[in-house]
Structures are given as C-alpha cells and as structure tokens.
Unconditional design. Structure first.
Ligand SMILES: C[S@@+](CC[C@H](N)C(=O)[O-])C[C@H]1O[C@@H](n2cnc3c(N)ncnc32)[C@H](O)[C@@H]1O
Length: 295
C-alpha cells in the first residue's frame, strides 16, 4: 500500500492509491469519473430527499456522533454531504475522478478524508470503522460478493453496514421486467458512445423515457391516488425528484458499461456470507437496501 500520491484539491489533500486492483471494471470507473464531473451541484433539498430514502433503516444505535464512518464508492460525495459533520470522522473512497467532484460538493469539513482507491485495496486496517455504507456501487464491480466481503472486513465486530444494490425486479409485476429488458438494450448501446454524446443522449432519454412515467405519477399524486397504487408505475421513485437528479440517474443508468442485479434473497445471502447478521431490509423504494450488523 505504498504507491500513494497526495493531490491537493480545492478543500483537502486527496490520497490516491496506485495499487493494482483486480475487482474493478476500468471502463465503468472512467464513465463515473466523467459523470460526476457533470453532476455534483445537488441542492440541499435533493440531498435530504435522497439521503432520507436510503438511511430510513439506520437507527441512532447504528450510527451516532462517536462513529467512524466509511462511504465506499462515494461518487460525488452526496451522501457524505447529506450526513454532514455529525460523526467522529468520515472517509469517502472512490477509484474514479469523481473524488474531485466530492471534494467540491463536500467543501471544507475537517472530519472528512477522501481517498482514491478500490474495494480491493481499502487503505485502512481491518476492523477500523464503526459504520460503513455502499450505495449503488457494488453491482458495478465484477465480483460483487468479494467486494462486499472486502468492505465488511473493514468494520469492527458489532459495527453496521448499509448496502444498496440494484434489484432484479423480484417483487414487481411482469411488465416491469419488459421495461427493464428494453432499457437494458438501450444501455448496451448508449454506454459505448463517446462522453459528450452519451451525456446528450442520456438527457434526451430522461425527457422521453423517464418524464412521461414521472408526470403520470405526479398527476396521480396531485389528484390523491395513494402511493400503494402509484407504486405500480415504473419510475415512481422519481416522482418527487428534481429534473437534475433525474438527468443524473439517466446517465448513471444508461451510461454505465457494467451493472448487475440481485434478488432480495441473493442480497441477504451475500450479506450473511460477508459476515453480517440481524439483516433488515427496507420495504420502501429504492429496492433493495438493507443494513446488517458485523458478527
Ligand atoms: C452509481 S455511482 C454511486 C456513487 C454514490 N454512492 C452515490 O450514490 O452518489 C457508483 C460509484 O462506484 C464507484 N466504483 C466503481 N468501481 C469501484 C470499486 N472497485 N471500488 C470502489 N468504488 C467503485 C464508481 O467510481 C462510482 O463513483
């Protein structure tokens, strides 16, 4: 772990670990580096809304002011910004150039350290952290199970890990799977485009694919149709999100070369295999996110 370069960014020194990583898809990482350069200007309102959705199952027993925290695959740093400086210290780890966008978004915060590294070379001793999370990351890594084991190893016994992985639509009606199948074909084409064109195409897809569903959901919400019914409409999760977040997610969804999907059962099995117990799944969108305690 000695190939480290210290790069002075706007708000802090970022340690970049040039250690060979195997469990990584370089094209996906490079694509995220470009993505977060374009999307790191989240508004407080957006950050709160998104953060509340993922941290709904995290209690103050799991995460509190004495916690030492790591965000694995922090991207633009939006969840670190959401959590603020309520904790003892926080590390944001990402192998892509997104880490510079994270520095900008987080701004001055002495409790936050940023490192450029991958899950297979997290530059901290095993058992170092009290709380770790990885949201929307490990499904973009070739061996998700191994990545999860590598992350959980960095937690102390009794610490907690919050995980979000793309779901395999296992709790959805068949037509969701048809939409997914079509969108996946589009992704396989779009992710090969050069960066500038990819951004433009994804913004266009946000308008023509996302917005029709989202506008229907917004209208139904406005006339009082309950959430338990609106939930049957694809992309309902975005009905309260800003167009900025929707455009960002479109680029995330269609611009990424490697993505994998898992059922709730597969995720539970992987978490257990990584040494987590007392696993709690959120019953709310986005699916699936779950928290577990390190044995
Ligand atoms: C969809 S983004 C999610 C970013 C952030 N968690 C969020 O939701 O805002 C996925 C992130 O995973 C990172 N990533 C990809 N491969 C990784 C690896 N092997 N180790 C750690 N992070 C990785 C990417 O660079 C990217 O920033």
């Amino acid at each position: 772990m000695n190939n480290v370069t210290e790069i002075k960014s706007s708000n802090r020194i970022i340690k970049c670990y040039d250690v060979p990583a195997e469990n990584i898809d370089p094209k996906t990482v490079s694509s995220f580096g470009e993505e977060w350069k374009a999307f790191h200007g989240f508004k407080e309102k957006d950050l709160k809304r998104i953060g509340d959705m993922y941290f709904d199952i995290v209690t103050t027993d799991m995460l509190h002011e004495q916690s030492s925290v790591i965000d694995i695959g922090c991207g633009s740093g939006r969840f670190i910004k959401y959590l603020g400086n309520r904790f003892k210290n926080m590390v944001g780890l990402d192998p892509s150039k997104a880490i510079y966008a994270a520095d900008e978004l987080i701004g001055k915060n002495e409790k936050v350290e940023l490192v450029m590294a991958s899950t297979d070379n997290i530059p901290f001793p095993d058992g170092h952290f009290d709380f770790g999370y990885s949201l929307g990351v490990l499904h973009h890594i070739p061996d998700t199970q191994k990545a999860l084991i590598d992350c959980v190893r960095k937690l102390r016994s009794g610490g907690y890990f919050l995980l979000y992985l793309y779901y395999s639509l296992d709790n959805r009606p068949f037509y969701f799977k048809i939409f997914y199948w079509i969108s996946n074909l589009i992704r396989l084409l779009v992710c090969r485009l050069p960066t500038g064109l990819k951004k433009g195409v994804c913004a266009f897809l946000a308008v023509i694919l996302y917005m029709p569903f989202i506008l229907v959901c917004r209208f139904l919400r406005w006339i009082g149709v309950p959430e338990r019914i609106r939930r049957y409409i694809p992309l309902q999760v975005y009905e309260r999100q800003s167009f900025y977040v929707i455009r960002n997610d479109s680029l995330d969804r269609f611009g990424t070369p490697l993505e994998q999907r898992f059922s709730r059962k597969q995720i539970k099995d992987m978490m257990e295999k990584a040494g987590l117990t007392e696993i709690v799944f959120s019953e709310k969108l986005p699916y699936w996110h779950a928290v577990g305690k390190k044995i």
